[in-house]
Each structure stands twice: as C-alpha cells, then as structure tokens.
Design a protein around this ligand. Sequence first.
Ligand SMILES: [Zn+2]
Ligand SMILES: [Zn+2]
Length: 171
Amino acid sequence: MFIFKIILVAVILLVVGDFISTFFYHVPEHVFGKFHTIVHHGKNRSFIHYAILTRNPLVLVDGFLGALPYFLFVPWLWKISAIGTVLGVILAELHVIWRHIPPIKWTTPKAIKFLCDCCFITTPEKHWLHHQNSNLAYGDIFTFYDRPAQAWMRLLIQIKKARSKEKQSLT
Ligand SMILES: [Zn+2]
Ligand SMILES: [Zn+2]
C-alpha cells in the first residue's frame, strides 16, 4: 500500500504536469508566443548548451514556465505522499535531461524503447522530432498527449487567424 501510494502520486504529478505544460504553455507558446521557439527550437539544440552555457535570461523564463505546471499540485500531492512527490519531481527532471540527448550521442536500446512504447513515454528520438518540426511529437513526457495537442494547436491557429482578420477589417 505504501509503495503503491508513492508510485501513484509520482505518476499523477507527471501526468497532470505534462498535461498543463503541454496544453496551457507549450502549444499556446508555439501559436502565439515567441520565446519558447527561440530558446527551445534554436539552431543550437544541445540541452546542456541552452540550459547552462547560454546566459540568455529567456532560457530561465522558458524553463521556469515549462516546469511550473509540475509544481502546481505539489502542496496537495505532498499531503498524500511526500516521497512520491519528490520522486515525481526527480523523474520529471531526469526525463528533461534524457529526452534532450541528441541522437548522435544516444540510441535508445530496443528493450527500453519497447517499455517506453508500452507506457506511452516519450523517448529522446521522439522528442527530437519535435525539435526538428514543431508541429509534431507533443507531450514532453507522455506520447498520448500528441494527438490532442495537435488538434488543440490547429484550433488555436484558427483562432489566431480569425483574430488577425478581425483586426484587419477594423483598420
Ligand atoms: Zn525539448
Ligand atoms: Zn516546442
């Protein structure tokens, strides 16, 4: 029961965090914003480079806004299981680092890829697709967010177009 609670809380933190991050930050940022694209989809795609070596404050802002959703429910999850909450945050952080290892440096072993596919977990190869084409491979941690995120993106693009048409007709 104790272990079950820890795992459940960690999984909730990751699933809810990725959901909020994807639908309320990541996709809207690609449609309406700029700095996620500049920071996260820039020419130099090495995670270490953009996270640590660049002294660009936007990097911190993007990192902060992207990570915030994972912390929103911490006070509530903490009451259920503090260990599970800490585990969830650590796993989220490790996954950020793992998914940003460039394909030249890393190939996911077949067994791990199979496990990830079974659990709908985004591999570095999958996430790389998103860095190459920002219309693809949503869901930073979970691949099941990809299809609804793409639908959400199409809807937001329509809204954006409608709004700019409105503005044009006003001027
Ligand atoms: Zn990324
Ligand atoms: Zn992106």
